[in-house]
Design a protein around this ligand. Sequence first.
Ligand SMILES: Nc1ncnc2c1ncn2[C@@H]1O[C@H](COP(=O)(O)OP(=O)(O)OP(=O)(O)O)[C@@H](O)[C@H]1O
Length: 345
Amino acid sequence: MTMTMDTKEIILDVKNLNTSFVSDGKEVRIVKDVSFQVKRAKTLAVVGESGCGKSVTMNSVMRFLGKNSRIKADNIQFNEWKDGAVVEHHLEKIENNNDIKLRKLRGPGMSMVFQDPMSSLNPVYKVGDQVAEGLREHTGMSKAEARTKVLELFKQLGIPDPESRIDNYPHQFSGGMKQRVVIAIAMICNPDLIICDEPTTALDVTIQAQIMDLLKKLQLVFGKSIILITHNMGLVAEMADEVCVMYMGRVVEFGSRKAIFDETMHPYTKALLRSVPVLGLADGQKLETIPGITPNPADLKGGCEFADRCTHCMEACRKQEIPSFEVSEGHMVRCLLFEKKGRAV
Ligand SMILES: Nc1ncnc2c1ncn2[C@@H]1O[C@H](COP(=O)(O)OP(=O)(O)OP(=O)(O)O)[C@@H](O)[C@H]1O
């Protein structure tokens, strides 16, 4: 991506992120030259079929990956807004997942809401204590002060009867309420950037809508930036300012919500939009499946990863790594069909 960066406007700038995993002595590339930017107080949705590397990308930024991972990037820049000025953090330079600088940022700078509330909560601790833990670690606050903060947040998040619920254990909460606790854990240190990895898949539709409304409200009131990883294109249409479409570890298209929905370019994005119900289009929208199967990352031969499933595939698509072309300002597409329409970036 060639956009010049305004550190006030851009909260996270990722350039050429590559992540691979080593197993049985073999290194498999999972995330390939991924670049994207997240604007302050805006929502970036990251979409793509299961296994395309959405979670690995975000876990690479947060450094939540295990010892068998190799992370390299030209830039992973987090621009913290502190006392009226921007402080730049270059996370690509950090070598250790437990680096003190990183630990200081996780929580107050950026935090993650995980897919499954069950696995993020510890069954043997009271929910209030689990939420307070991060706050106490980062601020050294007393137990009583932290409890007051947790109560405030529970109220904001619409957890009923917080004074008694704060001392409950996770199993005493419903799925939707558990998810709110997980959001509380992510929010308690007041992060500027919240990464939500499918925060609502385990929930029924009404609760999903409530949780999403809640996130949107936090964004409007407190200027939070959000990265939303999701399969739900309806949610993307409703929530996203910008959309990053991934296929087999690559960003194949990136643009504003309007660009992605109304000026769709990449054959994969087109197929993806035809394969899922989109709110507003749902009536009378004919759903199609994307032909073929997602290849195994270890079996890829080079060239465009989507070639075998693409109806527009040309000989050249299999012969080279496909560059990304900027077809209009901020709208990037990684496809040779647009070689003449855009500028390689
Ligand atoms: N620790 C790991 N070791 C080896 N391979 C991994 C590891 N974690 C993830 N992968 C592989 O990386 C690929 C991308 O996984 P990832 O979870 O990022 O996909 P995703 O797009 O988030 O999928 P979903 O939408 O299902 O969550 C998959 O092929 C997965 O098997």
